[in-house]
Write a protein that binds this ligand. Structure first.
Ligand code: Q9C
Ligand code: ZN
Length: 837
């Protein structure tokens, strides 16, 4: 191949098609890579000023196409002690060049109808901005702008057009054909073009030059990777566009046409075989690379790791592939078949991630996995749209952050790193970020990081990924537990175990038992959800407590994260309230609001809490059900509702939609509010309503609650928020301890009248109401309002009888009825401990 190395390495728009077209075609068949550098280096050494910051001074460079370690020129001189020439070139990596793919012709893909002030973000100037920045930083050579060329600069590698056959390693032939056809579509038709009948294009613009530019972009990525594998360069930066990582098997999408990186991956695997079997694709574009994931999903030799903004599936590409099946970028997508475990999504749930968050993810997930994978080549799908200043990404990564990520990745694959541009839309941000990356590739250490503290959400997001990926990677801890639970271990969620234990204890101490609650979907989490003292229908005060499950405090094993029972404590402050209430002759209904309701078939994987909205809705329904079916039908003299967090929301919701019933029947609503919104009671039709709520409530609000710092601190809270009291910072349990005296005093005061005129309690009668706790976990006899059923039609299940053979009272205190209409596998009647008298 005869190349004139002294000519301008930067092709001008005019000579493009003629020169590079043919050169490009040559490189397809010929593995030669051309390095266009100026031959005369001695002159340069004299003429060029010292690059700033070069502490060692400018070394003499060998001229010509390659860096020269002086070995070839070494000549023994006759009267000297002859040192042995080294067998291998010293510092082979440090002394070889970084490659650069840049071809101005990739600027030809432009939006056809350009609306003046609405320039498309995927702007042709993107690649030029990066190249100019390289030149300005002294990393790349440009005729007229940077003195004589020498191999101190990045070595230029020609882009060329990808072939159909290469594209079809990733895309369908139809996709290739559709892209090719664009060059002949009249401009005015391009806008309305569909890629698939009836499907609008998803975030792409088209021009007649699109096929050409997309082909150069993919070809550029290929040549970049090949140059490394051929030993021409140590690493490479491919400044290419249009980007590729959203392009799917048969879809252009998200400004992308061909999946450049995946095509380069498959070409290298095929061409270099065992030398380039395992490839790591690290995608730090702010968007998920749905195309790359799809193209490599079942390939065990391609590890795809993507860090991206996900916003729980609400960030682009929200769902993809025309079948619209999923939030493909979530952490649960880990690959398929032989490729299982070779897909790692690190989805940020919130915008605004910065250097510390990315570095944290690298340290916790990316590098441990990458080192264990041990790739032969690293390709970075390098979008710079997570950069500070990018209008699409909303993240904060600085050039130093990108440099650090690059630096870490350079420890892999013997330094074989190919950086391929993807997105990134702020011209200034991408230029500065890419330059920092290129400097790092060339051997400069990264700048110091300014931001060192990862955000809480980032830590949470990363933890989720670690747990998920720990199934596949032995360097990740803590291990995911679901694999251990699968099979015959009979794993049970602790909240179910604990609630059963509570039910047992409350039965033993107060003969509290389960009230039937109709549930459409049955789950263990509902078992024993509502427990009542046997006297809950009687003419006495009733305290209804809606609370979160008790809190666990654990000190896990530092290495495995294993939580052992002997290092785990259960705090159940609600019990204190029940104890007090029972001792003071209150009837109690205790309602447990589980934080997560598993499906009937519990998959035993880690579950986040159900959303606050969902839990509040569920709790409201439950309270409404209890009120209608139990509370208002009994003879209670007073009704107190007490709720913490979700319970508070449920109480207010109930009150608001049952204004009259509440005002008539409810004595006091007591709330503990920590990390849920403080609800207010106001009525459109009744001015007195807020007044009534104020008089009938006691609301403890944690002092850090934003209610206090959002509002005007100098003013008292509005009456409609109830009788608000500030509570010192702490957990809900701590709040419950802190204010128990206040609550007990209130309960005592409010029931003083009844206490004074206390009726005699018939012990005999009470005993008849006793029954063992009953599981709430089974099909109900019939949906609907339980008490509305004809009691005699209830199936006579054995344990419905109390141990002494009598039957319990119905909720209304009427005809005998199996207690709480429960169903199926209930605990065995306890003969010895049962309270038969
Ligand atoms: N509602 C890359 O960064 N946004 N592509 C479309 C439509 C598309 C980004 C928003 C963003 C594509 C390579
Ligand atoms: Zn992007």
């Amino acid at each position: 191949m005869d190349l004139d190395v002294s000519t301008d390495i930067l092709m001008q728009d005019g000579d493009i098609v003629a020169s590079t077209e043919t050169q490009g075609q040559q490189s397809v068949s010929n593995t030669e890579i051309s390095f266009k550098t100026e031959p005369n280096v001695n002159e340069y050494a004299k003429a060029k000023p010292e690059p700033s910051g070069n502490l060692l001074g400018s070394p003499l460079k060998g001229g010509g196409l390659k860096r020269d370690n002086g070995i070839a020129d070494w000549q023994p001189k006759s009267n000297q002690v002859i040192p042995r020439p080294p067998k291998f070139p010293p510092l082979p990596y440090a002394s070889s060049q970084t490659g650069l793919v840049y071809d101005v012709r990739m600027r030809f893909h432009v939006e056809t109808v350009s609306i003046e002030d609405d320039i498309h973000p995927e702007d042709p100037r993107r690649i030029h901005a990066i190249f100019e920045s390289f030149v300005g930083a002294g990393l790349a050579w440009e005729k007229g702008n940077s003195g004589p060329s020498n191999d101190y600069y990045m070595g230029r590698i020609d882009a060329r057009k990808v072939t159909k056959e290469e594209v079809c390693l990733v895309h369908t032939e139809e996709h290739w054909n559709w892209i090719q056809a664009l060059s002949a579509v009249p401009m005015e038709d391009l806008e309305e073009l569909e890629q698939h009948p009836g499907t609008k294009m998803d975030s792409v613009y088209l021009s007649n030059m699109t096929p050409y530019c997309a082909a150069l972009s993919a070809g550029g990525a290929i040549e970049a990777c090949r140059a490394i594998m051929l030993g021409k360069v140590k690493n490479v930066f491919a400044v290419i566009r249009p980007p590729g990582h959203h392009a799917e098997r048969e879809d252009a999408k998200g400004f992308c046409f061909f999946d450049n990186v995946s095509i380069a991956t498959k070409v290298c695997q095929r061409e270099f075989g065992e030398r380039c079997r395992k490839i790591l694709i690290l995608d730090w574009d702010v968007h998920h690379g749905n195309g790359i994931q799809q193209a490599n999903y079942d390939d065990p030799n391609v590890l795809y790791i993507s860090l991206h903004l996900h916003e729980r599936g609400r960030f682009y590409p929200e769902h993809s592939y025309r079948d619209k099946r999923g939030p493909y970028g979530d952490h649960l997508h880990c690959g398929d078949g032989a490729g299982l475990g070779k897909n790692v999504n690190i989805p940020w749930s919130k915008k605004g991630m910065g250097d510390a968050d990315y570095v944290y993810a690298f340290q916790q997930v990316v590098m441990p996995i990458a080192i264990e994978f041990d790739p032969d080549l690293v390709i970075i799908a390098a979008g710079f749209d997570a950069a500070k200043g990018d209008m699409l990404g909303g993240c904060m990564v600085t050039p130093a952050g990108y440099a650090h990520m690059t630096h870490m990745l350079m420890s892999l694959a013997q330094g074989r790193v190919a950086v391929c541009l993807e997105g990134g839309y702020n011209l200034d941000s991408i230029a500065r970020s890419a330059t920092a990356v290129a400097r790092t590739l060339m051997g400069e250490p990264p700048e110091r990081l300014q931001e060192l503290h990862p955000s809480i959400t980032a830590v949470d997001d990363v933890k989720l990924v670690v747990r998920q990926q720990s199934r596949f990677w032995s360097s990740l801890y803590p291990r995911d537990i679901s694999a251990r639970l699968a099979g015959s271990l009979h794993g049970e969620r602790m909240h179910d175990v604990v609630r059963r234990w509570q039910a047992t204890t409350l039965w033993d101490e107060y003969e509290m038992s389960s009230l039937f609650v109709y549930k459409e979907q049955l789950s263990k989490a509902f078992e024993n959800q509502v427990l009542a003292t046997p006297n809950y229908t009687e003419a006495r005060p009733l305290l209804v407590i809606l609370h979160d499950p008790p809190e666990m405090i654990a000190s896990p094993d530092p290495r495995t994260g294993k939580v052992e029972l002997h290092n785990t404590w259960l705090t159940d402050i609600v019990k204190t309230y029940i104890d007090w209430a029972v001792k003071h002759d209150f009837a109690v209904i205790d309602v447990n609001l589980p934080k997560h309701v598993s499906d009937a078939e519990d998959s035993q994987i880690h579950q986040p809490e159900d959303s606050m909205e969902y839990r509040t809705r569920e709790a409201t329904q439950l309270l409404t059900y209890l009120w209608g079916n139990y509370i208002e039908l009994n003879d209670s003299t007073h009704v107190f509702l007490m709720g913490s967090n979700t319970g508070h929301g449920a109480i207010i919701n109930f009150i608001k939609s049952n204004e009259e019933r509440a005002q008539e029947q409810l004595t006091t609503a007591i709330s503990f509010v920590k990390d849920v919104p403080l609800q207010s009671c106001r009525s459109a039709t009744n001015d007195q309503f807020a007044q009534w709520y104020y008089a009938s409530s006691l609301v403890f609000v944690e002092e850090d609650h934003n209610f206090f710092w959002l509002g005007d601190l100098t003013r008292k809270p509005k009456k409609r928020f109830g009788k608000v009291q500030k509570s010192p910072t702490g957990t809900i349990s701590e709040m419950l301890i802190e204010h128990k005296e206040a609550v007990f005093n209130l309960l005592t005061a409010e029931t003083a009248d009844w206490r004074a005129a206390r009726p005699h309690i018939d012990d005999e009668e009470m005993a008849t109401a006793r029954m063992p706790p009953i599981s709430n976990f089974a099909p109900s006899p019939r949906p609907g309002n339980f008490p509305a059923l004809n009691p005699t039609s209830m199936p006579p299940v054995g344990t419905f009888l109390s141990p002494n053979g009598t039957t319990a009272r119905s909720p209304r205190g009427g005809s005998p009825l199996p207690p709480v209409g429960n169903f199926a596998p209930s605990p065995k009647p306890r003969s010895s401990r049962s309270p038969a008298r």
